[in-house]
Design a protein around this ligand. Sequence first.
Ligand SMILES: Cc1cc2nc3c(=O)[nH]c(=O)nc-3n(C[C@H](O)[C@H](O)[C@H](O)COP(=O)(O)O)c2cc1C
Ligand code: SF4
Length: 605
Amino acid sequence: MHITDHHHTHIESILDRHGRASHRLLQVLHDVQDRFGWLPPETLTAVAQGLGLPRVAVESTAGFYSFLYTQPVGAYRVLFSDNITDRLLGAPALLQRLCERLWLQPGKVSPDGLASVDTTSCTGLCDQGPALLVNGRAMPRVTPERIDAMAGLIRQRVPVADWPEDWFAIDNRIHRRDAMLNHVWRPGEGLLAARERGARGVLHEVEQSGLRGRGGAGYSTGFKWRACAEASGALRVIVCNADEGEPGTFKDRVLLTTAFDLVVDGMCVAALAVGASLGFIYLRAEYRYLLPRLQARLAERRDQGLLGEGCLGPGQSFDIDIHLGAGAYICGEESALIESLEGKPGKPRIRPPFPVTHGFLGQPTTVNNVETLATAALVALHGGDWLRSIGTELSSGTKLLSISGDVARPGIYEYPFGTPLVEVLHAAGAADVQAVTTAGAAGPCLSASELHRRIAFEDVATGGSIMVFDHSRDLFELAHHVAHFFAHESCGFCTPCRVGTAVNARLLDKLAAHRGSPYDLEEMDRMHRLMQGASHCGLGNTATLALQDLVHKFRPAFERRLASTTYEPAFDLDANLSEARRMTGRDDAHAHLGSNRSAGLGQTP
Ligand SMILES: Cc1cc2nc3c(=O)[nH]c(=O)nc-3n(C[C@H](O)[C@H](O)[C@H](O)COP(=O)(O)O)c2cc1C
Ligand code: SF4
């Protein structure tokens, strides 16, 4: 594509809109792509010059994110959500059907440049799948009839904006409300209560409340806020983590849709407590459809004095910018998220130093999950003892659960911590339960005999993603899916995770083709031991948790896949590992095989 003067004018105005700040790179690339449909090489050069960055820095950001395209894409880009729950609901057959109707191959752009059809990781619509994104717009509840109608509209080149509006209607299926969702919220209520308490008072109440992060790790919010408040820096920053990439979770989407003011109040409360003046909402690209609504509400709050100039008190300003992600699960990890906020590829940082002292642009930064912030707003209003009176001693308050899979009523359920899983599943209409994943792809998988366990950090710790599988499901398929998910989402920065996730995926491919042996299952155990602790970030440390539970608790599903005949693989995994161990004298030989070996693995069946 030749960039004309006219195109240059567009790029210049995009750069101006972003103040030509190099940390705005990812947002600039989004806008350039919106204008050109993809990112032609000349646009990357123009952006690099405009932001004063080396071209290679722009290229590496553009190349990192799944939703940035450095090759031409179809005028209609259809991405089917590839969570296991979408698969259970028939997504693969729907994808095939659309490809047949449009005469194209999955993953390839049609020769006339009209369309491309592919998959993407979970789109956060598991309670109303199968879902897809078409030119970035989320469409739930896709049916074969809808696919045929879509193919017709694409062939007639009808703009997506003119497609039936009800195809894009997204429900907020809230089936159970408790302390948070029952609260009738007046915008600014938490902020005004926090102003009355003052920064010290708010910090005290949050510490008193025992509030723990709802993003998965359960870290003490009061501890994090105090560390940030006490760190030295010219600027302090509050980040709302709305990346919500864990397969099976969608509660943050529902909070942003139905209780956005509560979340913004929570950010303001955090800002007052730590002394921050700048805030970001890191919104996953899959939720882009929410962006205009959220931006409009932020503007209204500025007009109402609930955001911006003086909103925290005389002379104390705090404002929020929404930063759009671009399709990378790893960007939910807080240090990768901060890298992404700075316009870089989302690779986790080496810690220490931690974000609370050296975060966004090296300044003290607090990153909290959407639900944590909403809960903090309630703490500012009702006080710490109020939250402590709900839940258990080590897990105060309530938890929002996103429930999907084999249940009669998928959706959002709010329960006090300490509630037995069986009660939650009963309410959702689960019957004949075989297995339940309690932290998406990145956590344990419980069997039916464990459902008496309680939702709490001290028992079943969960970010809220609960996926249910009944006895009709082949749990090998779940393991196969999880292994490929992590192999795809590993950022590749460290060897144990890059190689370990690839090895697991290939081992399960082998088993799927009935070419595996019991040794392959043992090899998965070794990968687990290798990746635990040796991985640089939480992705590598959690990537084998569900796999381990599946292999050990649901063994028959794997044994059914073992080879019945002797098989000679094209790439002899076992021989290569033995050789590597002999050479390194170590059992963690994978770590030393590095990327060359992962290239070789591509040849295994
Ligand atoms: C691979 C990976 C993905 C993550 N994704 C998210 C996410 O989507 N949302 C989130 O709030 N936390 C996510 N986290 C946890 C964050 O790193 C961080 O702990 C969290 O945002 C802190 O907020 P909290 O203390 O309020 O839970 C992720 C962690 C890892 C390792
Ligand atoms: S553990 Fe995985 S995701 Fe995390 S830094 Fe290493 S390669 Fe990247």
